[in-house]
Design a protein around this ligand. Structure first.
Ligand code: FFO
Ligand code: ATP
Length: 204
């Protein structure tokens, strides 16, 4: 019984998360130029979109200390006039609020969350209306399967979305070979991955 249940995708994901989190914790600190290197990828990122003109709605995240530091990238995108949305704790779901790229954020509401903008909530379905989604992940494989933190927030929100570019944001060593991660029926694939090394399109 144990042998079979250990092979279910959900159980494999849990074990993978533990290993990846341990590796992040062991890495200790951010590379000094990580934020600038990610910010330098803004054009490559926008080139993923078929029509990157006008104001884009970009769903992103305020990084926890072990996540890639996208804050400077978000400042650059906000300064170009795009609308940045950050997750806001809302019980079982996550809500979204706009961030102008410079206003102070309220402290993280819980473990695994970043700081939160204080403005009006845009609704738990706001992710589905984004043009570009920068999705936090512990790893992504080159088939496009993303391993998140286990909340299922992104998978649930992306089900009803119009076509958006979903870009996993990870450290360079967390981009894995095709089919390296278990994929379940509910998993929404990522179209591309952003690391300090650049933007790479992924198969699905
Ligand atoms: N910076 C940042 N903000 C974010 C996310 C993120 O990944 N990064 N999220 C992206 O979704 C949401 C928060 N997601 C979370 C998902 C799970 C847990 C959590 O409590 N996880 C359990 C372990 C679950 C498991 O291993 O199965 C834990 O930490 O004990 C916390 C937050 C919204 N904000
Ligand atoms: N569309 C959905 N409808 C209902 N439940 C879902 C859906 N998508 C994911 N879930 C549930 O969410 C939980 C976490 O899923 P999974 O392990 O794939 O999360 P994740 O990819 O790490 O999370 P996230 O998408 O937030 O990054 C699972 O229990 C899964 O069944």
């Amino acid at each position: 019984m144990e042998e079979n249940s250990q092979q279910t995708p959900a159980v494999r994901k849990k074990a993978l998360r533990t290993g990846l989190r341990t590796e992040r914790a062991a890495t200790g600190h951010r590379a000094p130029d990580e934020d600038a290197r990610l910010a330098g990828r803004a054009d490559e990122l926008l080139a993923l979109l078929p029509r990157a003109t006008g104001q884009l709605r970009i769903a992103a995240f305020d990084p926890t200390p072990t996540e890639p530091d996208v804050r400077m990238l978000l400042c650059v995108l906000a300064a170009r006039g795009h609308r940045i949305l950050l997750p806001v704790h809302a019980g079982e779901r996550i809500d979204w609020a706009a961030w102008d790229g410079s206003s102070p954020l309220a402290p993280p509401p819980a473990r695994g969350f970043g700081g939160e903008p204080s403005g009006p909530r845009e609704g738990t379905d706001a992710l589905a209306r984004a043009d570009l989604v920068l999705a936090p992940a512990l790893a992504v494989d080159r088939s496009g399967t993303r391993l998140g933190h286990g909340g299922g927030y992104y998978d649930r929100a992306l089900v009803h979305g119009r076509t958006t570019a979903v870009v996993a944001v990870v450290h360079p060593w967390e981009v894995l070979a095709p089919d390296a991660l278990p994929r379940e029926a509910h998993d929404r694939p990522a179209h591309a991955v952003l690391t300090t090394e650049g933007v790479e399109r992924l198969g699905s």
